[in-house]
Design a protein around this ligand. Structure first.
Ligand code: NDP
Ligand code: 8X3
Length: 253
């Protein structure tokens, strides 16, 4: 039987890269996507031969998604698991100081990129048959608001609801759908959020034990290889050092 195939958006860093490496090591083929071509090539060159198909693709550019999917070679078809992971937060300013252009990028990437990729992949996932799955990366930010979370958190709330809508519309097919919602995790997430400030990234994760990309990879492996009659609808994951707390009270004094 042919090796199963996973397509991962945002495989150039963080969760996506760690997941690509784990699946490639465990005998899957991986369609690894992202904008940074040199990182995709590096991934290909450091994983077992023939396991990685690098696909340069911009989630904000619908045409690049269509072209990328159209050009997937036969040996990487059909896709059995779509890991909709690529995304970002930009900035931490509260409303109304946050720049509209950052909001636009988050909506275009986290919402429209995910929707377009899903739409393009569904025919192939149907072909893959029993055991196929879509795993969407939401966030605890989509459930618990925090100052400055505004459009980022809202985009991730969309991901959770869209996952449930997808599951409903795909009922009767073999495709499982999961909304995976992690909390604080160490990747390049804060570097991107702070417009490229690597020091801010390091500082953010000082003195805490966050989720690691390899932890996420293990969970994606668990979800993608569950028996085909099971569907995890949503999974919220926090590091032990992060707690969901009671809503904030603003006292008069
Ligand atoms: P990283 O910044 O390390 O990785 C983000 C990935 O998304 C990169 O591979 C990047 O690739 C890709 N990406 C971003 N924008 C685009 C785009 N326009 N087109 C294609 N790819 C894009 O962060 P994480 O690994 O932490 O983030 C992965 C997902 O997890 C995101 O959706 C994030 O919102 C979510 N998340 C992160 C948490 C955390 O605390 N780290 C917690 C909860 C959710 P490239 O730049 O090469 O295009
Ligand atoms: C990333 C987690 O809480 O930093 O989605 O927004 S959080």
């Amino acid at each position: 039987m042919a090796d199963p195939v996973i397509m991962i958006t945002g495989a150039t860093s963080g969760f996506g890269e760690a997941t690509a490496r784990l699946f490639a090591k465990n005998g899957w083929k991986v369609i690894a996507t992202g904008r940074r071509k040199e990182r995709l090539e590096e991934l290909k060159n450091t994983c077992p031969d023939g396991t990685i198909y690098p696909m340069q693709m911009d989630l904000m550019d619908h045409d690049s998604i269509i072209a990328g999917v159209k050009n997937i070679p036969d040996e990487f078809r059909p896709v059995k698991c779509l890991f909709n992971n690529g995304g970002l937060a930009l900035g931490s300013k509260p409303i109304p100081d946050a720049p509209l252009k950052d909001w636009r990028v988050m909506v275009e990437t986290n919402i429209m990129g995910l929707v377009h990729t899903t739409q393009e992949l569904i025919p192939m996932l149907k072909q893959a048959g029993r055991g196929a799955s879509i795993i969407n990366v939401g966030s605890i930010a989509g459930r618990y608001p925090y100052p400055g979370g505004n459009v980022y958190g809202s985009s991730k709330a969309f991901v959770r609801q869209f996952s449930y809508e997808l599951r409903t519309d795909l009922a009767g097919s073999d495709i499982r759908v999961t909304s995976f919602e992690p909390g604080m995790a160490k990747s390049e997430f804060m570097k991107v959020r702070s417009y490229g400030d690597g020091d801010a990234n390091e500082k953010f994760y000082e003195d805490v034990e966050p989720i690691l990309p390899e932890d996420v990879a293990d969970i994606i492996w668990f979800l993608a290889t569950l028996p085909p009659h099971l569907n995890v609808n949503s999974m919220e994951l926090m590091p032990l050092i992060q707690v969901p707390s009671i809503p904030t009270i603003l006292r008069k004094s």
